[in-house]
Structure formats: C-alpha cells, structure tokens
Design a protein around this ligand. Structure first.
Ligand code: ADP
Ligand code: MG
Ligand code: MG
Length: 876
C-alpha cells in the first residue's frame, strides 16, 4: 500500500516535495531534538490523489490518517474526542514553496460542547477553554465552510461593547462561552446545518479544506506570479496543540534570526502574552519586541535565542520562526528561510560569507535575481516615508522613487531641470514629443494609460520612475494645476511618487540614490567570478549603453537601428526613403540618413570602449514610418515634388494585412539593397573613424534580421561584404567585422546548419521565435492567455519566460546544428527572455555564449547566469 502519511519523526528537511516546506522543517526540527509538538504530515501526493479522485479523499488515505492519529495518541498520551483527556490538534497547510497567507490554519480542533466543558474543569481554566472553543468555531467556519470572518468579528465587537471593554483578553469565561454559542448559531443560520460536533468529521473536513484551498483564486494567482506549478499540491500537517492563551505565563510569537528589512544580524521579532496563533500579526493588541522577552522570561529567551542560532547555522540561511510558550515552556511551531528585502538579502549574503557560514557560490544563491531591480533605482528614505500618507494611487509603471516640483509640459520640465530643479513631469498621457521632458525629470506621472502606455514603456526603458493612470487626478493643463479631491497642486509645488507601488504623496519625501557599491558591489563581483555566460545589453543610444556598462554589460547584443530613425529630425528623411518611386530617389533620401546613422554608431562604439557591438539592420514593417496626418502628407508630397493624391496612393499600396509577417527584416534589404548598403557604410565608416580616433580595436557585428532561408542571408551578406570590403580597402585601416543573423523564424532554427554556412554568429530573437513558433500575435495575445490560464491550458506568459519545452527546443536544435557546421559560431540571445532568470538558466545549460537584455536587467541577468553556474558547481 502506498504511504501517504508520515510522523514528524519519520521525515526530514530534504523531503519538501513530499511533506511540503512546513512539514519537512517540523520533521527536521524534531530530528534536531528541538521542542516541537508532535504530529504527522499528510503528503502532497495525497493532495494530488484528492484531485485525481474527483475531489474525494480515498478510503486508503483516510485509513492511514486514522492510523497515524492513533500513533499520535500514543505519543501524547491523550485521546482524540475523549472529554476526560482530550487531544486537540491544529490542521496546517504547507506546500513545497512557501505561499504566505494563502491557506489558513485551524487551531484547537477536537473540541465540542462536551469536550470543552470537561476541558474547562481539567485545566481549571474555563476562560482559556472557552476562548479556545470560540476560536476553533470561528476558524473552522471561515476555512472549511467559507462563512466570512467578518460576522464573527462583529459578534466579538458587539460583546465587547456590551461589556464596555476594549481588549479581547478582558472578556471572561462566560462571555466567551456565550460567544461560542452565538458562533454556532451563526454557522447554522448561514449553512443550514449544525456545527459538526464529531471530532473525526471535523478532522476530515479540515483536511479536505486544505486540499481545496490549493485551488482557490488567491492561491492560483500567487502561483502564477511566482512560477509555482499547480501540479505540486499541498501537504497537510496535523499537530498536537500547545497553548499560548492559558494566561499570563503563556504567549505566542514570531521572530527572524536577522532583521528582514535591513539584514542587521540580531534576533528580530515580536510576541504577545496570553494569545494564540496569529494574534501577533493580526494587530489585535500591540505586541512586545522580542528583546523584551529577556525581561519577561529570561530562561525562555535564552533557550529561544540558542535554538534560533542553531537553526540558522543548520539551514545556513536567515530563519523566520514561529513559537508558542505554554506555561513558561517553549515550543517551536515553524521555521523557514525568511523573506527579506533586497537590501537585507545582500547584507545577509555578504555577512554570512564573512562569518564563514557560506561559500561565495552558496551566498549568491541567497538573493532572488528579480529583487535586484529594487536596488537599481532611487528609493524613498525609510524614515521619511513612515510619516507620509499617499493621496492617490496609480499603476506602478516603472520602479523607483522620485520627488520634485510639478511641471505640466516637457519644455517647462526641461527648462526647470536646467535651472537645477528636481522635476516631476505630470501629463494626461505622454507621447513621443515628451521624451526630452521625461529624460530631464526625476519621475513621470500620468492621468491616463496603463502598464504598456507610452509613458510606462519609455520610462522603464530609461529607468525613470513612473506612476501611470492616476484616474482620480483632475487635470487643468491650461491653468497649470491639478486636483486630487479638494487638494490643489500647482506648477512648482512638490510631489513625491513611488513607481514601485504607484503611491503619490504631496510634498517632499527624501530619496536615497541607487548605489552599486558596498555589499552590492562585492556580491556582484562574486557573481561575475562564478558565471560563464556573458551578459550584454540591448541599447540604441550612447546614454543607454553607458548606463548598461555601469550595470556591468559586456557588450551590445542588440542595437535596433530603426529606433534611430524615429527621431523627429530624421523621420522626414526616412519617409522620403520609403515613398520613393525609384532607386534614384531612394538613394537620395538614404544619403541624408547616412551621416546621422554614422554619427549614432560612432557614439555607440565610443560608449562601449571596444566591447562587442552587434548592430541589427532595419527590421520593422515600413508602414510604421508612414505619415498618417493630412498635414504631414501634404508637407512630404511638397518636398518630394509629388501630388498629394500620388503620395496617398503610395501609402495605400504599402498597406499590409499581416505586417508582422510582411515586408520587414531582411526582406527590406532584398527588395531595396541600397538600404543595407547605406547601413553597412554607416557601420563600417563609424568603426573606422572611432578606431582612428581612439586606437580602440573595434570589430563590428552586423546582424541580418528575419532570415528563414540561407539564400536570403547569402544575398544580403553579399551586399554587406561588397560594400564593407571596399570601404575598408580604401581606408587603409585594418578592420575585421562579422556578419551574422537572428534566428527568429522557426524555419531558420530547423535549417540552422545551412544558415551557419553563411552566418558567423546567431542571435536568437526569442520574441519573434515565440510569436511564430506558437502562432501567437504578441500584441494581441493577452486576452487569449487569460482564458488559457483560467482553463489551465497554460500557466505562464511564454513571452515573459521562455517556453522551454517547445520554443526552447527550437533554440537548442539550432545551437546543435549551427555548431556542427561552424564549431566556433558565436551564440547569443537578444529577446526579452535574456533578462528572465529561468530563461537565462536554460540558455546557460544549452551552451549559449551570452544573453542580451535591457540595461536595467543586466544585473539581474548577471546574477541569474551566476546562479545557473553555481547550481552546477554545488551539485557536483
Ligand atoms: P501560516 O502558514 O499562515 O503561517 P501556520 O500553520 O503556521 O499558518 O499557523 C499559524 C499559527 O497558528 C502559528 O504561527 C501558530 O502560532 C499557530 N499554531 C499552529 N499550530 C499550532 C499548534 N499545534 N499549537 C499552537 N499553535 C499553533
Ligand atoms: Mg497565515
Ligand atoms: Mg506559520
């Protein structure tokens, strides 16, 4: 018969998958000889079976539960349901990964009218007995039968009002007994059946409730946000109760071995006397700090501090512990690796290396890569923030904190910034004309727009703080003020905004700048020592490139040349190029663009100081550049000596039904080779100029996008090499360059061996590869994905985290085929996935040379790459 139930003494800390985190750690603490109330764990496999069996607990599992309940009775010397010597238990959920607050716990299970009465006598403490009983009814109703907590809390409040008392501890035994009765009546009124008095029925009801809670909406959302598969299931712990609510020599508390906000290496926590369960965190009464336990119960404190120390050394990580004191005796109820802020995570990791507790490889595993993001932006000073109250809230569109004077137009923001002011740009919504204002501002706030609005996307790219979509704000742009309720904010007034929470505050809140030094610097230094995967950046401007280098980028993996075309002074020349009727006209327009592009590339090569730079040739569908507004159309027609009607006809002719599958990428270079010619000229001349000026050894990498067939690449590559070789020969400067391609069309992955005959490097464009591999339009798939999550067809967004089983296999195949043809082929990735930790690990494993991501994700990718390598080293 399969084993579904384990005594705490049968398990250990490595059995998380089977026993869940809480169960495994209760077992581990038991093995370490710590004072843990004994019990058993029903495994995660039982949860999976429960769902397989159509949400039923199978007979064999139920039998095992009762068998282990018997063993518990033997261990504790008490009997479940026996009024004269009752065993009371808690029923606690616990999945493999901790899911805080997801599934609730039931305490004091096993009580009923008869048991509680004699329990009151045996303990000589009727107040305590009835307090335990009313708590049980309350939790059971809430968790098992989903009768809202609210009703019970109302009844408690009424009772307190009736008695004229403030605290729950001031209610006496009779009050609590009455409350228990009222609770049961409430239960019956809500559910139409009596509160279950049979302890066995209570137990099975509670176990089922825990299994069910695995699939409640909160749990599902939490899992999706944290990449926890729904197949894991949760375990259930059944544990003998100990009581913190017997009176003033009992209590309950929570503590961390180090401060989870700052990392300060001292015990940190709170406790509450005469309390049970989550009273400490529920804010019922004000708890005392753990240091005060030294005075209240010095021996218990010493014992607890020793256990905490032992646990931290044992797990080699900061511990988050829950304990209860029953009549002066300490019991440990939980330990786990504690959640912590990014700042604390770094300090703890670095301190633990200095203390000799961790190796560097172990230490770098202790920080969640995504957490680093918080450290790359300015933050509000914690002390100043305490006193501040937000006046409204928008979307946390781009992280960081900003404080400055309000300006309503980009031009005024720029002017104010030039005069040395800190500025927050406030707009209804932003558009491309606002970019300079956004760049000059500390932060951007908009009234309209979502997480993918212009303001949000551009601010994130710049690393500027942004709060978008503050719908409560009433703007008066003309008179230069806005209202939030009755509060008026005028131009020049200070506001503070938090792009990590979306909060908006009036007045000044001090900010502290991001710092890459100190613990952060040392920690990232270790990450760089360990990792083998290089990290490059996606950058189109010297400003982004410099930022990325400060964040540790080792090169540019993707420069999107079309981004250089969008700027106001260039778009005209670009439009001329597109609507040209013949090659001659087109060459004339391209002539205008050449010096601009060359200048851009010079800037990039300078900023990167000889590090590799990969430049992708023009990629987007042409129509994106076309004039839409009548005024623009008339102007361009005039400049190009054509009639407005003619120009409109050309625009209409360029219309495509599926632009993403249309005239873009290398197809542009095939139809208009002169575009590739101009871009080659710009790249090579810029490289020569910078080499001449600085002596830096520059080896540009030219990347041809959207290749599906080797013949496409061959054609464009010929254009490139012919142009480049001529320029180099004439310049007399020695210069090497590479020509490679993106692998982003499934056919390219499948024929990567052929393509590698021409390509000197591959860069996987996993955004398009995902789009075309799944046949999902990236821009429209949101709605479909939501339905897919609901119906459990998919668990996460394949554009955010690489689909390793499908799209990832295309990448892997292309790597293998490419290497077969060209063993030294350079391999990288330049999609969004280059900054996603799980994807980075995958890219490390399949042997890519580098990943490339946006500047602010470079540190995240460095750490993720180091962790991928450290995992291999630690598992050896
Ligand atoms: P969560 O996962 O939400 O932290 P727990 O299962 O840890 O839930 O239970 C919450 C609290 O209930 C614990 O911190 C502890 O105070 C109390 N508790 C749980 N089991 C027992 C027990 N056997 N005896 C006394 N208190 C318990
Ligand atoms: Mg909880
Ligand atoms: Mg807990």
């Amino acid at each position: 018969m399969h084993k579904y139930v384990y005594l705490f003494s049968e398990g250990n800390g490595n059995m998380r998958e089977l026993l869940g985190g809480k169960g495994a750690n209760l077992a581990e603490m038991t093995n370490l000889g710590m004072p843990v109330p004994q019990g058993f764990t029903i495994s995660t496999e039982a949860c999976t079976r429960y769902y397989e069996d159509g949400e039923k607990i199978a007979q064999d599992i139920e039998d095992q539960i009762y068998e282990y309940l018997k063993k518990m009775e033997e261990i504790t010397g008490k009997k479940f349901g026996d009024p004269h010597n009752p065993l009371l238990v808690s029923v606690r959920s616990g999945s493999r990964a901790s899911m805080p607050g997801m599934m609730d716990t039931i305490l004091n299970l096993g009580l009923n009218d008869e048991v509680v009465e004699s329990f009151a006598k045996i303990t000589g403490n009727p107040r305590f007995a009835y307090d335990s009983y009313r708590r049980f009814i309350q939790m059971y109703s809430d968790v098992v039968m989903e009768v809202g907590k609210k009703y019970f809390e109302e009844l408690i409040d009424e009772m307190k009002a009736e008695k004229g008392v403030k605290l729950d501890t001031e209610l006496d035994a009779d009050d609590l007994k009455k409350l228990a009765e009222q609770f049961k009546d409430e239960y019956k009124a809500k559910l139409g059946v009596d509160f279950p008095s049979d302890p066995r029925e209570q137990l099975m009801g509670a176990v089922k409730a825990v299994f069910r809670s695995w699939n409640n909406q909160r749990a599902i959302v939490y899992r999706r946000m944290n990449d926890i598969p729904s197949s894991w299931g949760t375990a259930v712990n059944v544990q003998a109760m100990v009581f913190g609510n017997t009176g003033d020599e009992s209590g309950t508390g929570v503590a961390f071995t180090r401060n989870p906000a700052t990392g300060d290496p001292h015990l940190y926590g709170e406790f509450l006397m005469n309390a049970q369960g989550e009273d400490v965190v529920a804010g019922i009464r004000t708890p005392q700090s753990i240091d005060q336990l030294k005075e209240v119960m010095p021996e218990v404190y010493d014992q607890f501090a020793a256990i905490a120390d032992k646990l931290e050394k044992h797990y080699k990580d900061m511990q988050d512990m829950e304990f209860t004191i029953e009549k002066g005796k300490l019991y440990m109820l939980q330990t786990r690796n504690g959640k912590r802020t990014a700042q604390a995570a770094l300090k703890i990791a670095v301190d633990m290396v200095d203390e000799g507790m961790l190796t560097k490889e172990e230490a770098i595993m202790k920080v969640e890569p995504k957490q680093l993001d918080a450290l790359l932006h300015p933050q509000f000073d914690a002390e100043s923030l305490k006193a501040a109250i937000p006046v409204t809230k928008g979307l946390p569109a781009s992280p960081g904190a900003a404080c400055g004077k309000v300006y309503f137009t980009a031009a005024e923001a720029v002017a104010a910034a030039e005069n040395g002011n800190k500025v927050v740009l406030v707009r209804l919504e932003t558009s491309p004309e606002d970019i300079e204002g956004m760049a000059a501002a500390q932060g951007v706030m908009t009234v309209r727009g979502g997480m993918t609005s212009h303001a949000a996307v551009v601010a994130r790219g710049m690393g500027t703080c942004c709060v978008a979509g503050c719908g409560e704000v009433k703007m008066n742009e003309e008179e230069k003020y806005f209202l939030i309720g009755d509060k008026k904010v005028c131009e020049g007034d200070y506001i503070s905004i938090d792009g990590s929470t979306g909060n908006v505050y009036l007045g000044e809140i001090k900010t502290v700048p991001a710092s890459m030094t100190g613990d952060f610097g040392r920690f990232m230094g270790w990450a760089d020592e360990i990792r083998t995967l290089k990290v490059c950046t996606n950058a189109d401007t010297p400003r982004d490139a410099e930022q990325a280098v400060r964040f540790g980028a080792e090169g540019i993996g993707l420069c999107r040349t079309e981004h250089m075309f969008f700027e106001a002074d260039r778009i005209k020349a670009v439009r001329e190029m597109i609507v040209s009727k013949n090659e001659e006209q087109r060459r004339k327009a391209l002539e205008k663009l050449l010096p601009m592009q060359r200048g851009d590339f010079e800037g990039l090569f300078m900023a990167m100081g000889g590090r590799p730079v990969t430049i992708r040739f023009l990629d987007p569908p042409l129509h994106e550049f076309l004039p839409q507004e009548e005024g623009d159309i008339i102007e361009i027609a005039g400049e190009m000596n054509m009639s407005v009607a003619d120009l409109k006809q050309i625009i209409a002719d360029l219309h495509e039904f599926n632009p993403m599958l249309g005239h873009r990428g290398c197809r542009l270079a095939v139809t208009y080779p002169e575009i590739a010619e101009m871009q080659t000229r710009a790249v090579i001349e810029a490289a020569i100029n910078v080499k001449k000026a600085t002596g830096l050894d520059i080896e540009p990498e030219i990347m041809i996008p959207l290749v599906g067939m080797v013949n496409e690449l061959k054609f464009v590559k010929n254009v490139v090499t012919k142009t480049a070789d001529e320029i180099i020969a004439q310049s007399g400067v020695e210069m090497k360059y590479l020509v490679g391609t993106m692998i982003e069309i499934p056919r390219a992955a499948v024929t990567a061996d052929e393509i590698a005959q021409e390509a000197e490097f591959f860069s996987f464009g996993t955004n398009d590869l995902t789009q075309m591999g799944f046949g999902f339009s990236r821009d429209d798939v949101g709605k479909i994905l939501n339905a897919y999550y609901d119906k459990k067809i998919m668990e996460r967004d394949p554009f955010a985290s690489l689909d390793q089983d499908g799209i990832g296999q295309l990448v892997k195949m292309a790597v293998e085929k490419g290497k077969k043809t060209r063993p030294d082929i350079k391999l990288g990735v330049c999609g969004e996935h280059g900054g996603d930790p799980a994807s980075v690990e995958f890219f490390h494993k399949i042997g890519l040379n580098y990943v490339s991501c946006s500047p602010y994700r470079v540190p995240i990718a460095r750490l993720a790459a180091a962790q991928a390598r450290a995992k291999e080293l630690l598992n050896k």
